[in-house]
Design a protein around this ligand. Structure first.
Ligand code: BOM
Length: 141
């Protein structure tokens, strides 16, 4: 569900500021996390992968090998309104993407590619929020 995805993204995005410094992700490379859903967003900066790793760690969503922790991720998604509706689906989409990129050894690059794959999977399934939704909600917060 598109609306749930919007809320989960904004919740996850709360960790961006905390992670900017350690991942060297400047505002020029990503102003706000919800830009992730822009049609023309480019997954080209390794720093973004490092930032997503840091943000995931912040919410305890990664294992020791920097792969998704399935139970914690499912619980995290379920903590948002109607999160249970998409929790399993999201975990499965991310896991499918992890399997496609498992041979990449650098965690930051691997996570960047997993994130790009996850976004495309959401777009394909019609559960990607629109930028209009993201901006409206972001301003209201
Ligand atoms: O194997 C590495 C696992 C990292 C997964 C990264 C995928 C997440 C992409 C970022 C978009 C996030 C929006 C909501 C996140 C909920 C978990």
């Amino acid at each position: 569900d598109v609306n749930v995805m919007k809320d989960v993204t904004l919740g996850f995005g709360q960790a961006l500021d905390k992670c900017r410094q350690e991942s060297q992700l400047s505002e020029e490379k990503m102003e706000e996390f919800f830009h992730f859903w822009r049609d023309d967003f480019k997954f080209e900066h390794r720093e973004l992968g490092c930032a997503i790793q840091c943000m995931s760690r912040h919410f305890n969503l990664l294992t020791d090998s920097s792969r998704m922790h399935h139970e914690n991720t499912e619980k995290f998604i379920q903590s948002f309104p109607n999160g249970q509706v998409i929790a399993r689906q999201m975990v499965e989409l991310i896991h499918g993407c992890e399997k496609q990129h498992d041979l990449k050894e650098d965690h930051c690059w691997r996570i960047l590619h997993v994130a790009e794959c996850f976004k495309q999977a959401c777009v394909d399934r019609g559960i990607a929020p629109t930028m209009e939704m993201m901006i409206t909600e972001f301003i209201m917060e």
